[in-house]
Design a protein around this ligand. Sequence first.
Ligand code: GTP
Ligand code: MG
Length: 180
Amino acid sequence: MAAAASDEKGSGPSMVAPGKFKILLVGPSRSGKSGVANFLGGLTDSLDLENHTPTAACRIVEVERDIPGRGHVSAELWDVSGNPQYEGCWPAIRKDVSATVLCFNAADDAQLHMLENWHAAFVLESKLPKSKCLVLANYGSEATAKPALPHKLRGIPVVPCNLETPAAIRDGLDDLLSRI
Ligand SMILES: Nc1nc2c(ncn2[C@@H]2O[C@H](COP(=O)(O)OP(=O)(O)OP(=O)(O)O)[C@@H](O)[C@H]2O)c(=O)[nH]1
Ligand SMILES: [Mg+2]
């Protein structure tokens, strides 16, 4: 079921389990990726809105969803560190990716600009179509105006969301899973 969309060469055998989608969660540090991953994986004990524990390289969170019209879907959410010091791991992380979620802190203009680099490294590099991408404008809400994305990202669905009222995050993931 997992799409082998990557053109990566020489990064070894696929590490994604057969029959599972591999979804990358990428974006600047402190954009809330690990909080989002913990919420989606049902790791509610790990939801900590006070302290930032930087992710080392990448961690994998298992997600199970029932998607209308598609049935039961299993996915691995690859929660990637926002620290570019781990760039050497990125070719292996990109291998056999099914979809990518770009996450940024919508209250921080600098993070919006940084998103372009994450998009280049994880969407353009993997040749993923926009339909297999999602932008999470974290620290936002449904009442927040959707941010104007950098030109190259326009057309990717954007979900304003926050960890205090996270239902929009789950709905955004379900929409993405229904498209891949
Ligand atoms: N109040 C609030 N805090 C948030 C929200 N999203 C993230 N945070 C906080 O911001 C901090 C950083 O969140 P993380 O999820 O660890 O950030 P990250 O993107 O995984 O960071 P790296 O692992 O360094 O790349 C944590 O203390 C979170 O609790 C949010 O929507 N609301
Ligand atoms: Mg993290």
